[in-house]
Design a protein around this ligand. Structure first.
Ligand SMILES: *Cc1c(COP(=O)(O)O)cnc(C)c1O
Length: 216
């Protein structure tokens, strides 16, 4: 079932878009089915859950962190993950850089944008993105790669209502690209989930994160 669903969905998504399977709560056998059907990257929300799965799956997939990262979990997170999509402060960035340095790793990171200005959500506000990019860029870290933006988008009844939010995030993404022409790592825009990924791709996303759509 999962295999068929994954193949069907992947066949309709352009090759230029990276599909991250959001695997929180999914078992290793379920994830293995998705991998057999062509999934190359999985996204996990919790370090401890990821560690359990990593013991078995190892490097058969690429690992992206897509949950809220607490500072006291960074040391463990950097061992497993190949990208951290949910950075929302300079402090967290410095911590990731420091822990990566001790294990000789360079970590691509995305800044998480709280695009609906929802107080209960994590992430930086749209107007704070440039400031954070500037601050991270200024300290010249060797063990992180500032690689783009990630956003969740507010909960909406009609998926179409999310389009203006995605458009705003894309606008900031492009602005930063133009403002920092030497920031070669700036290339990923992670937006869109099961109900909204088609709209996200139309608005310029090159990473989508799919859970229910792949696993049911
Ligand atoms: C769970 C999750 C997803 C996937 O959500 P679905 O609606 O199941 O596709 C995407 N991004 C993040 C950060 C998630 O936690």
């Amino acid at each position: 079932m999962i295999k068929e669903r994954v193949r069907e969905i992947l066949s309709h998504i352009p090759d230029s878009v990276l599909v991250v399977a959001a695997t929180k709560g999914r078992s290793v056998p379920e994830i293995e089915e998705a991998i057999e059907a062509g999934i190359k990257v999985i996204g996990e929300n919790y370090v401890q859950e990821a560690e359990g799965k990593f013991c078995i799956l190892q490097k058969r997939v690429e690992w992206h962190f897509i949950g809220h990262l607490q500072k006291n979990k960074v040391k463990r997170a950097v061992k497993i993950f190949d990208m951290i999509q949910t950075v929302d402060s300079l402090e967290l960035t410095l911590k990731i850089d420091k822990e990566c340095k001790t294990i000789g790793k360079v970590m691509p990171i995305l800044i998480e944008v709280n695009v609906g200005n929802e107080p209960q959500k994590v992430g930086v506000q749209l107007y704070e993105v440039e400031e954070l990019v500037k601050n991270i860029n200024q300290v010249n870290l060797n063990n992180i790669l500032l690689s783009g933006l990630m956003c969740m988008g507010p909960l909406v009844d009609n998926p179409e209502d999310i389009r203006p939010y995605f458009r705003e995030v894309k606008r900031i993404f492009t602005e930063i690209k133009l403002k920092y022409p030497n920031l070669n790592s700036w290339q990923y825009l992670s937006m869109g989930m099961s109900d909204t990924y088609n709209i996200a791709i139309e608005e310029g996303a090159n990473i989508v994160r799919l859970g229910r759509k792949l696993f049911g």
